[in-house]
Design a protein around this ligand. Structure first.
Ligand code: HEM
Length: 304
């Protein structure tokens, strides 16, 4: 299928702001892929027929990443970390959940996201200029909540201690074809722990990778998968808005990360890859990401 032309424009704009690094993802450039097992506890079966959410186990790939498109940024310059999970289903099928340690995103539409990258032209020590941010918030008031979160954000102390949100709404479809809006979050079994700023100053590049691999020598690193159920008034098309904290939450399974995956760095984690029993919501950012990731994948796997 033809890609949306705006996807090329958005990726070009990322390259313009952050630079071009052949072979790397155009966002979340630096990261590593691990393997694990996801065990569904069966509690989602009443809500979705998705095969990997019925009681049982499937293999999974997990990529932890630092959000910057520039792979030379140190770990601490990117307080936003990514956790991309790919469930490996029979006959080569996959389903993905791609999350970050923030519950919301700064743009509601692909057009606004792309335009934001023309306002924020440069970063110093991982931070945009205050003046650029002020201009952004004035023009797009809906981005204020995400910018406030980013401003106050401390990085997780370890990839293993972040809470990762897929941000967008999806729908669960049950056996009677009932459709319910949900959001995903990964809750670390090691507990949520953030980095103190004093500790952060002395961190070496690849500290997070070394920390995770140290933990894996001692045993699996685990996360619970929670789904949050939306109610009628909760927006399903707006990644700049959180749903109320009191929404019903259900733990539907557990991911155990066991070790490094070989030859897996080129894997594409398309957030719109779902199976029967799951549908993408109307969120335009979610649906745009499919094409933007594909543009980045084509470039990075063609030596560009
Ligand atoms: C218009 C909005 C967005 C654009 C244009 C965009 C762009 C990109 C691109 C080009 C990549 C590299 C893909 C690849 O080469 O495989 C990427 C990776 C990633 N993005 Fe986004 N992104 C957007 C929104 C988001 C949102 C809302 C989230 C939050 C969940 C997110 C989280 C991630 C993560 C975790 C990765 C790394 C995936 C991996 O490890 O392979 N992005 N993004």
């Amino acid at each position: 299928m033809e890609k949306q032309p705006l996807a090329e424009t958005a990726v070009n704009q990322i390259e313009k702001v952050f630079g071009k690094y052949p072979g790397y993802r155009r966002a979340h450039a630096r990261g590593d892929v691990y393997e694990g097992i996801f065990s569904a506890n069966g509690s989602a079966s009443d809500f979705t027929i998705a095969p990997h959410f019925q009681h049982g186990e499937v293999k999974a790939l997990v990529r932890f990443s630092h959000s910057s498109p520039d792979p030379t940024w140190t770990d601490i310059m990117s307080p936003v970390k990514g956790m991309a999970v790919q469930f490996r289903l029979p006959e080569g099928a996959v389903a993905n959940i791609v999350g970050v340690n923030s519950p919301i995103f700064m743009a509601k539409t692909p057009e606004v996201f792309t335009e934001m990258l023309t306002i924020i032209k440069s970063f110093k020590n991982g931070k945009p200029r205050v003046l650029d941010l002020a201009q952004l918030v004035a023009k797009y008031p809906e981005s204020r909540a995400a910018i406030d979160i980013l401003g106050k954000m401390h990085a997780p102390a370890s990839f293993a201690t972040g809470r990762y949100h897929a941000i967008h709404a999806f729908y669960f479809i049950d056996a009677q074809e009932n459709k319910r809006p949900i959001k995903y979050e990964w809750e670390p079994e090691a507990g949520v722990e953030t980095l103190s700023l004093t500790g952060a100053v002395s961190l070496s590049i690849e500290y997070y990778k070394a920390d995770l691999e140290d933990r894996l020598v001692r045993g699996p690193v685990a996360f619970q998968l929670n789904v949050v159920f939306g109610e009628e008034e909760d927006p399903t098309d707006d990644p700049t808005q959180e749903w109320p904290a009191e929404r019903k939450k259900l733990t539907i399974g557990r991911l155990m990360i066991t070790g490094k995956a070989e030859n897996a760095e080129s894997t594409i984690f398309d957030p719109t890859a779902v199976t029967e029993g799951i549908e993408c919501s109307e969120d335009r950012i979610l649906n745009f990401r499919k094409d933007a990731y594909s543009v980045s994948y084509d470039r990075r796997t063609n030596g560009m």
